[in-house]
Every structure is written in structure tokens, then in C-alpha cells.
Design a protein around this ligand. Sequence first.
Ligand code: GDP
Length: 658
Amino acid sequence: MNVSTLARQLKTTTQELLEKLPELGFDVGARAIKIDDALAPKISEAWKKSQKKQAMQKRLSKVEERGKDEPTEQKKDSENNKELAIGESIVVKDMAEMMKFPVAKLMGELMKNGIMVSLNERVDFDTATIIAEDLGFKVIKSDNEIKEEASKRERLEKLLNTRNAQDTKPPVVVVMGHVDHGKTKLLDAIRQTNVVDQEAGGITQHIGAYQTETRDRLITFLDTPGHEAFKAMRSRGGQIADVAVLVVAADDGLQPQTLESISVIQKEKLPFVVAINKIDKEEANIDKVKQELSEINLIPEDWGGKVICQPISAKFNKNIPELLDTILLIADLENIKADAQGSAVGTIIESHIDKSAGPVATVLVQAGTLKIGDMFMVGDVSGKIKIMQDWTGKNLTAATPATPVKILGLKELPSVGEILEVITDKKEFKGRLKISNGKRKISSSSNSTQNSDDEESGINTLNLIIKSDVLGSAEAIEESLSKIKVPETKIRVLKKGLGQITEDDIANAEATKAIVIGFHIKENKNITSLANEKHVTVLYFDIIYKLLEEVEKILTHIKAKKVIHKFLGTMQVLAIFKSSKNSMILGGKITKGKISKNAKIKVIKNGEVETMGELISLQSAKENVNEVVEGNEAGIEYKGEPIIEVGDTLEFFLESYE
Ligand code: GDP
């Protein structure tokens, strides 16, 4: 076989292949043109192995560097490692743009990793990191995210460190590993085999964590969807979990996300056990996994090292009790304890809006005992524990450390990763509430000032619809109206026409907040009552100067009127479903506050308000709703200039006059 053919097969150049062959133990000569056909497969295998190892080490060293501030290292790396600053999540299209990478190719890379997304959809930080690093980028968290996480970490540390950790508690376990290696299957297997309170026959629910009982002892498993658990682990791993289970498929070995997980585990100094899964499979090779672990300095116990490996089959429930025993053993060695006395502190591990119950969250209690009736704060969200349930749906009155509980009684939806603090002192609670309300007021008032600045430079407009007996008089009226000058106001004639005032005119006036003027036409009782019903003002005149006098009066009045915009919330536009002449149907995520029916909308592009429109209808999870709060996605029908694009920010507000 030609060396060049083999090089092509191995996706390298002939020169590079020839240079590297001696390192791999093949001495074919630096200028060889042909290679023995029997040797080619061996070279091929050795080459792939060495590439994999190299990539693995490179990736791991990169992963360990993340977050560290080592300018010299970065400089060294910067030639082939461009940095990418990403927040909690990023739109695929934007990510491709930042990477200067074709979006279709990026979607292909995502797909290869089992992530099916459209270019307008978002991927979270962890997914973006894995993909970007595969493509030679170094990913850093954007500044704000780092600061926010650091402050949460510090606060939780402070809250927990002041407690006297003297009570034993179940270990909290996080299951990590590469996609498809069997994390979900393992969590399911454990959930089904050792169900606590099986006699109660409760229907188990996914609340982000569950507990299992083995040897009369409890173990808490974090059961959040892979990435969410990973996110929490990345930011404050050591504070949330006590033990990690690293799942590695015996037929696939160490893969990128395995290495990611190892780096988190090492950074957090989390004790861990490697669950070598899928040992039932024919291709399973436990020793190969151990070999790969050893290559990155994680030497298995039975090979003379310290890493505990437990071969299992999640699918066939093999060695699950042994794995649980190992977890307990690690917990005992680590002497895991917490303070079970006093007011509770915990972390939100799941939250969502329930159609009937409103904001619902799962909190993992970390210190103290959480009780019914407890007043608490989660970030800026306040609440009082009304109902508390465990993962089997059983109502609880108290929850001690390491217990995950679903709570009802939140005023708004808290974010995952937020710290819940019970505040027993009423005065302190009121104080905290005041501070958080104050924060909101500041943000909404700063928004409303900005709003009024945006309002056509502070000019108030009077919209008019004019109907008259003859077209000539309507035109004469319009001309006379244009001569009225009241500072900071203007008149806009939206429609002028002949004949009676119609229902259509009233509907138009309602939509545009216009006043309807009838000149030389008779009042129609039906129209008057319809107008009253719709809060539309209709004025009839027979003499033009009276009409002008009246309009001037109205203008003077609206000049004095102060428009108030009450900030409700913001939405990031993620998808456009339909666009027509003056309306759009689109979807997005509420990034701040809430959005509610009857709101008005500012369309913000690059920090500037481009246009304003109205919210016609609001949907969440395909249901018509009155409001949607932060963290959730919503579909809206927008009325106004159809210029909204994916990535724009919509600001929702209520308009009133003083
Ligand atoms: P996750 O992405 O890590 O959560 O992986 P899953 O738990 O979804 O498992 C991925 C696939 O591997 C599924 O098709 C599982 O049925 C399969 N799987 C998981 N554990 C085992 C196992 O022990 N043996 C075999 N043969 N298949 C398994």
C-alpha cells in the first residue's frame, strides 16, 4: 500500500505519518513510498491509539486550566486555542458566529454528540464547552457568570461554615459520565430496586433527586437531567454532593465527557467511585477502562492505586448493591456530617411552574431542618413553606439535611442553583423582603425612565378618526387642525371618511387609542353605547371652531399627562414562527421578571429600542396563560412592525397615565 494512501485514510499528511512512525515503533524509513500491506492495519491501529491518547491528555490539561488565571499558560496556548466567553447558554447561530465557524457544521458537530438543535435554539454552557473544545477552542465563563457563581459559593460556604456539623446525614451522590454510558439507566435501576417506603405505594415523581435505602441507611441521589446536575456541580460541586459516581461504559472507555467529569471531581476534591458499566456486553473490556484510567494517573485499587472501580450492569441490575455499599463505605471514610438543628439552608436543584400549583421547586436541605410554615428567601424570591413532599409524593412536615423536597409556597420561580435560607426572625425577614423589593423597584424605575426617553422624544400624540358629511369638510378640518400648536404634542389623523361613524371606526379607535370626531353627522345611539363599552371617546360637532377649540383643550390636557411605563420583564427571542404585515408569532425565554397579558412590548436590538408593539396573546406549554415568569419559555402573538428577529430582546411593560 502507498504511504500516501494510508496517510489519507488516517487524515494526516504523508510527511507527518513518516515522521511519527518511528515513535510508534515502525521503522519503514523516512522516504518510504510503499508499506507492507500486512503492516498497514497495525500502523493504523497504533496511530489511532496514539491520537486518542494525545487528544485525551490535551483535553484534560485544558480542562484543568479552566477558570484559572494564568496568563503565561494562556499565551502559550493562544496560537491554536481561541477563547470563547459563554454565559449560561448560547444560541447556536451566535456560537457559530463567535467561532467563525459555519453554522451548519456546528449543528453537525452537535448532532454527532446527540444534540439535535436548530440554529436558533440555545445550548447550555456545558454542551457548548464540550463541542467548542473539540473544535480547538478554550471556553471561559463570561465575567458576570463567574462573579455570580463565586458569590453564591461564598455565601453558601458562610452559611454552612457557621453551623456545627455534628449530625450524620445520608451522603448526597451525583452520577456523572459521558453521554450514553448509562447514567440514567443506573439511576433508574437504583430507584427501582431500593425504593424507600415501597408499601406506601406512592407514585414516584421526578423532582431532581431521590433517596434509596440500603443496609438501613439512606443515600440521596441527584437525579437532575445530565447537564443541569453538571452545571450545579461545576459551580459548587463540593457544596452540593458528597460523593460522585463516575459511570464509564466498559465497551467505550474514557470519552470527552468522562474527562470533563474527572476534572470537576478533581477540582472539587470529591471522593468518587468509578462504575464500569455495561459489563454484560460482549465487547466489554474492564481492563481496558482501568488501563485508560491509569494512563491519566487514576490507578485502580486492584492495580495498586487508590481509585475504587466497581464493575456493574445497570441494565441487568448486576452489582448494584455492591456499588451502594461502596458509596456508604466512602461516606463513612469521609465522615459526612451536617448540622440538623435550627433553621434550614438548602440549594434549589429543580424548579418549574405547575399549571395548578404555580411556582414549584425542589430544595436539597443542606443544614438545619426545613419545616412547614417556615418563611424563607431564595435570592430575591420570598416564600413560606405551604406544602412539602418527598420524591414519592408523600407529604412531610420536616426535612433534615440531605433530604430533597418539593416545596410549594414560593412567590415566584427561583433559579436552579439558588440558595434557600429560612429566616426565623420576622424583622429580619421583613428587612430582606424590603431589600429585594427595593432592588426590583430600582430596576423597574430605571427601565421606566429609559422608556419615557424613548417615547418619540417625549411628544404626546393625539390620534384622530374624522367622519363627516362631505369629504371636503373632513379635509378642511384636517387642515385647520394642523394649525393648532400646543408644545410637546401633535395630532395624527389616522383616518378621514364620509358618512356615519361605524363599528369599524370604534374598533380602530380602540386599537389605536384614537378619538373619533363626527362632523355634521347625527349621533347614533348604538355607536355611542359601543363606544362607551370600549372606552372610546366620540365627539360630535356642527361648527368647526368649536371642534378646533375642543381639540386644543384635549392637547393641552395630554401635554400635562405623564405616561408611566411599569416594567414587567424581558424575553429573549429564540424562534420566529410566523410573520405577517403587522403581527408576528414568536417564542422565547423570559430572562427577567415576568410577562403578562395586556402588556406592551419594546423591541430592543443592540441595546436600542427599535419599535413598540403589543402583546395580543400569550402561551406557555401550548396553553393560553395570563402570565409567564422568569426562566420559562413562552409563545406570543405580537402586534406591531414585524421586525423582530431571533436574538432580539423584548421588553414588556404596562402603560398608564398619571
Ligand atoms: P446516559 O446518557 O449516560 O444517561 O445513558 P443511558 O442510561 O440513557 O443509557 C444509554 C444506553 O445504554 C441505553 O440504550 C441503555 O439501555 C444502555 N445501557 C445502559 N446501561 C447498560 C448496561 O448495563 N448494559 C447494556 N447492555 N446496556 C446499557
